[in-house]
Design a protein around this ligand. Structure first.
Ligand code: MN
Length: 206
């Protein structure tokens, strides 16, 4: 059974950056539906007991092509939103510290340059998708974007995402309409770098 993360904050706690109605719809409807669908399809495919990361990294082993696609999309939707909602918070914004900041500086030059690169990837993702800050097991950072509910794991890159920027219109359209860039700018006020650093530590010290 795959379980949707519960929000660690009230639905209106991300205001004014992300409005209450968007959080209610995004978490309560979109994310909930991906989770329900994943559980149903995973049951059918006999993979309901798998770890979600292992499942997304081994989609090739699901023989039925329709089930494989359904699990890729809904499993991605489940996983991506779990990461998204658990790495933003009302205490977010600012800059990372410590080991993660040192690695960001080494890799991208500065936090400002990382932010610029991530923003460009998020704005540049045509149609629905995501932009990612990702790491491999030895802590090497990179950025990427992907279509629909794909992510660095399901794409077989061997990397895991630690920051998730959802650029599906459902993530911003109620408040920002067509202004994706405005939403991304505001989302950076919510990205909680302490929580991101915890993900980074967990992956790189495993
Ligand atoms: Mn979404």
């Amino acid at each position: 059974m795959f379980e949707q993360v519960k929000l660690a904050y009230a639905v209106d706690a991300l205001e004014p950056h992300i409005d209450k109605e968007t959080v209610e719809t995004h978490h309560g409807k979109h994310h909930a539906t991906y989770t329900t669908n994943l559980n149903n399809f995973a049951e059918k495919a006999g993979v309901a007991d798998m770890d979600i990361e292992e499942l997304l990294a081994s989609l090739d082993t699901i023989e039925d092509p329709a089930l494989r696609t359904a699990i890729r999309n809904n499993g991605g939707g489940f996983y991506n939103h779990n990461l998204y909602f658990s790495t933003i918070s009302p205490n977010g914004g600012g800059e990372p510290e410590g080991k993660l900041l040192a690695k960001i500086n080494e890799t991208f030059g500065s936090f400002a340059q990382l932010k610029e690169k991530l923003t460009a990837l998020a704005i540049g993702q045509f149609g629905s998708g995501w932009a990612w800050l990702e790491t491999d097991a030895d802590g090497t950072l990179s950025v990427s974007n992907s279509l629909n509910q794909d992510n660095p794991i399901s794409l077989g890159t061997g990397k895991k995402p630690i920051v998730a920027i959802d650029v599906w219109e459902h993530a911003y359209y109620l408040k920002y309409k067509n202004l994706r860039a405005e939403y991304i700018k505001e989302l950076f006020e919510l990205i909680d770098w302490k929580l991101v650093a915890e993900k980074y530590e967990a992956i790189t010290t495993a």
